[in-house]
Every structure is written in structure tokens, then in C-alpha cells.
Design a protein around this ligand. Structure first.
Ligand code: GLV
Ligand code: MG
Length: 319
């Protein structure tokens, strides 16, 4: 199953323990919302948050947003009960479970097996609920390809920069920015690219994690712009003020979207009988060929998933 067209430009993090934030999240324009049982939820609040999350999912009102719940990671005492309560209580109204701090493919397999059990026991369609795997430490990164393919449920691979920085002892406290003293490149490039390669190799979405300076929307745009440029599909947002920035940054510009659709139309026509069955042709001042079509498909796919419409349409020369 190809998941590349499900828009996840903005993935809104919402503490599962806050009814107020959950209610607010329903009204916001993010592509995805994830209700958090992990780090945004204090240990003592987790049992109550499970109930709040189940009720909130079942109440509905989420529109077209993807509904995701982040459970606790397998090294804690909470994961099993998180999954049993959330999938058992609201599985019909849930699109994916996010598993943080994934280190091995077995952890994904364990989650898949547990979800399958719960789906069967509750008369839910088996396999419909996806898995989002967060890569947050060195072991997870070295296993990222195996993690991506550990279950057909895996839809996204997510970079968790805060935990990752802590886990590799990075000498910095500012998530998303370069560590002070490192001035010869991008300290995150290898991590971002490894996740992106695993995602692209296995037809998953690649999602960038949070930017914690929530008032600095320009900073968010700058950091989001980097992962968007590489090919990432979206980024976490922690505050309503970051949503528009994410939706814009991870969608193509209107000009690029129009151009991509025009390349597709023109290439289809030129390669057809009517267009002379040619392979490499001129579109304006630009030569386009099969590789151009593939690049255009990426941009048009991102634009279509973002609900964009064309403002300019190419027509064949004879028309
Ligand atoms: C997110 O979970 C992060 O650790 O950055
Ligand atoms: Mg984390």
C-alpha cells in the first residue's frame, strides 16, 4: 500500500491529559493530530489520559485529520496497557499508533502482534490501524531499515530530535539548531538522510520532529525548510502558530505545483501518438524527459495531497 499521498505536513502534538488542548486541536488545521501518552503526559496523569483519549476519539469531530495516539515505549511499564486501552476502546476511530524510541524491528513486531490481538478480540478490521515509528537514538538509527519493514502497518518514520540529541550526548540544549561549536556542516544531516533513505526505500513517509522555540515561527520555517527541501513529508507542530508554517513549507509553491502538472500533461501528450511519440521534448525553454516526469510526479503528488488546484494549464500546440 502506498502511503505517500496521505498528507502529514503538520502533525500536531497534544498532551493526552489535557481535555482543553484536545478540544482546541479539533478546531485547528493540522493534517494530523497525535494525542500523547508519552513525554507530554506526566506519569501520574497517564491512566486518566488513556480514558480521556479514548472518549475524545470516540466523540469524533476530527474532520479529515489523521488521528494518532503516541503510546509509551516498550522499555516502560505503560506500553501494554496504553495499547490495550486505546486500540480496544477507540480502535474504530483511530488511524495509527505512534511508537516512540523504537530501537529494534522486534519492538515493531511486538506492537503489531498486540494490535492484531486487540483488533480480533474487538471485531475490528485487522491491519487497518497503522504504526508510526519514532527514531530517537543511535540503535534505532542503525536499525532504521529493518524497523521500516518490520510490519506492513508502518506508515511513517519520524525523527525525534530531542531524545536523539540526549541519547548521543550532543553538547546542546536547543532542539533543531546546530550544536554550539559545530561549524562545518549540518550536525543532523546524516540522521535526517538515513531516515529519509529508509522511508523512500520502503515507501513510507518521513516526518521531522519538533521545534521547541514555539514563539519563533521564523526559526520553525527555517528548520522545517531544510527537511522539506530534502524531501520530508511533514513535521511536528507543538503550537497552533506553527501549523500554517508547516502546511506551507511541506507543500510545493503554487508555481512549482502548476509547473509539475504542466510537465505531466505535456509529457503525456508528446509521448503519445498525437504528440509524435517523442521521448525528450521541449516545454518552453526546458527539456523534459522521463526523469522530469518522475520529479513532476513528486511535486504534483505533494500538491494534490495538500488540496492545491492549478492556476495555469498547458495545452497542446495544435489545440
Ligand atoms: C520527540 O519525541 C523528540 O524527542 O524530539
Ligand atoms: Mg522523544
Amino acid at each position: 500500500m502506498s502511503t505517500t499521498l496521505r498528507a502529514r505536513r503538520s502533525c500536531l502534538a497534544v498532551p493526552g491529559s489535557s481535555q482543553k488542548f484536545i478540544d482546541k486541536a479539533r478546531t485547528l488545521d493540522s493534517d494530523q493530530v497525535f494525542l500523547d501518552l508519552e513525554d507530554a503526559c506526566a506519569p501520574l496523569a497517564k491512566p486518566g489520559a488513556r480514558t480521556t483519549i479514548v472518549e475524545s476519539l470516540n466523540e469524533g469531530g476530527w474532520g479529515t485529520k489523521l488521528r494518532v495516539v503516541r503510546v509509551n515505549d516498550w522499555t516502560t511499564e505503560w506500553t501494554f496497557t496504553d495499547v490495550v486501552e486505546v486500540v480496544g476502546g477507540a480502535g474504530a476511530n483511530l488511524d495509527a499508533i505512534m511508537l516512540p524510541k523504537v530501537q529494534t524491528p522486534e519492538q515493531v513486531v511486538a506492537l503489531d502482534l498486540l494490535m492484531t490481538q486487540i483488533e480480533k478480540a474487538n471485531g475490528l478490521e485487522v491491519g487497518k490501524i497503522g504504526i508510526e515509528a519514532q527514531i530517537e537514538n543511535a540503535l534505532g538509527l542503525t536499525n532504521v531499515n529493518a524497523i521500516a519493514t518490520a510490519s506492513p502497518r508502518v506508515e511513517t518514520i519520524i525523527f525525534g530530535p530531542a531524545d536523539f540529541m540526549a541519547s548521543i550526548n550532543m553538547k546542546s540544549l536547543v532542539v533543531g539548531e546546530q550544536p554550539p561549536g559545530y561549524d562545518v556542516g549540518d550536525a543532523y544531516h546524516h540522521i535526517l538522510m538515513s531516515i529519509l533513505m529508509a522511508a523512500r526505500a520502503h515507501d513510507k513517509q518521513a516526518i521531522d520532529g519538533p521545534y521547541l522555540q514555539i514563539k519563533d515561527v521564523d526559526g520553525f520555517r527555517r528548520v522545517a525548510g531544510r527537511s522539506a527541501a530534502l524531501g520530508y513529508d511533514g513535521k511536528w507542530v507543538l503550537h497552533p502558530g506553527q501549523i500554517d508554517a508547516a502546511n506551507e513549507t511541506f507543500a510545493p509553491s503554487q508555481a512549482d505545483y502548476d509547473h509539475a502538472e504542466n510537465i505531466l500533461d505535456a509529457y503525456e501528450w508528446f509521448t503519445s501518438e498525437a504528440g509524435g511519440a517523442r521521448g525528450a521534448v521541449m516545454l518552453g525553454d526546458e527539456m523534459i524527459d522521463e526523469a522530469s516526469r518522475k520529479m513532476a510526479l513528486v511535486i504534483s503528488g505533494k500538491g494534490r495531497a495538500a488540496g492545491m488546484s492549478r492556476t495555469e494549464k498547458w495545452t497542446p500546440p495544435e489545440a
